[in-house]
Design a protein. Sequence first.
Length: 66
Amino acid sequence: MKNHIKVLRAGINMSQAELAQLCQVSRHAIMAIEKQKHDPSITLACKIAQALGEPIDRVFVLTDLH
């Protein structure tokens, strides 16, 4: 799953650490998701979108439906 977390985060001057704190996860978790090394749970994806002030489908994009 692709994501636009880094770009959206930069647009509101939010650090990985700040996003992690808002989502109650480690900065390492946010970094792994941004680098597409890990897909978040539905709950975490929703928290990330909410923290960024964006709809979930603007933050995350499914790349393979099969």
